[in-house]
Write a protein that binds this ligand. Structure first.
Ligand code: UDP
Length: 243
């Protein structure tokens, strides 16, 4: 696997199929797979979060999650040509879990959101095992959350606490979590549960769902405005690195 560097952050040149093909290696051993989204926001804001930077460095799969990553890779002479979207990767993991009757655990999002996401997943993927769910605002202590997850020993643990909470939580706790595959999934439970509507089919077909969601959500719109800053900073980083 080839790894590129953007402003010091590793990003893997990888596709959905590469990641799915790697699953048996982790599911059949005691090794842990961490499929972590690398996007412009994480690279820019992650400069201030050393523990997140270290965690991403140590992660097994650093996915190029964002059109900004693809663009910058191209401009820096890299090989990343395709975005691997976190939510789409989660769907692929769920398909795999369904086909192989694997156990999953959902952690994060509002109570009604994670409940609805769990119900939808059970409907769409009837052969996987939903080991459990905990919302992201739970009164349980960190240790109690971990105990509950470890009691289930899920094959897949999806963490939806948003950036930077989910990465910080994983960085701190992955070594004592009894699961095989870990993914930080941001707002994916909101989409899966139907609480956030998917884009019209035209946008999905044109791979422009990110654009639709950015235009309909002010927080995401602000992230789009970060994009030119990210491109310029990345190019400047490369120039200085060469000197
Ligand atoms: N979230 C949570 N606990 C928190 C903060 C956020 O469970 O303390 C959830 C939030 O409800 C949402 C998810 O984290 O379901 C992602 O939030 P956001 O949209 O901010 O993240 P992004 O997709 O932008 O990374």
């Amino acid at each position: 696997m080839t790894t590129e560097e953007i402003m010091g952050f590793p990003v893997d040149v990888i596709t959905y199929d590469d990641i799915i093909n790697d699953l048996p290696h982790y599911l059949h051993t005691d090794k842990k797979m961490s499929a972590i989204s690398v996007n412009p926001q994480i690279i820019i804001e992650g400069q201030r979060h050393l523990e997140i930077y270290d965690f991403i460095k140590k992660s097994t799969h650093r996915i190029p999650d964002g059109i900004g990553i693809v663009l910058v890779s191209k401009l820096l002479g890299g090989q990343i040509r395709e975005r691997v979207a976190g939510i789409e990767l989660m769907n692929r993991f769920l398909e795999y879990a369904n086909a192989q009757q694997k156990r999953i655990f959902l952690y994060g999002a509002k109570p009604e959101v994670v409940a609805d996401a769990a119900a939808q997943i059970e409907k769409d993927y009837p052969n996987l095992i939903l080991g459990g769910k905990i919302d992201g605002y739970t009164a349980l202590s960190e240790n109690e959350v971990i105990e509950k997850i470890n009691h289930v020993k899920p094959d897949f643990l999806f963490v939806a606490l948003g950036f930077p909470k989910q990465e910080e939580w994983l960085a701190k706790n992955i070594s004592r979590l009894d699961a095989s595959v870990f993914q930080d999934v941001g707002g994916s439970f909101d989409v899966l549960s139907g609480h956030v509507k998917r884009a019209p089919q035209f946008f999905i077909d044109a791979h422009l769902e990110w654009l639709y969601r950015s235009l309909s959500d002010i927080k995401r719109f602000k992230r789009i405005l970060q994009l030119p800053v990210f491109v310029i900073k990345s190019l400047w980083w490369k120039v200085r690195k060469k000197q």
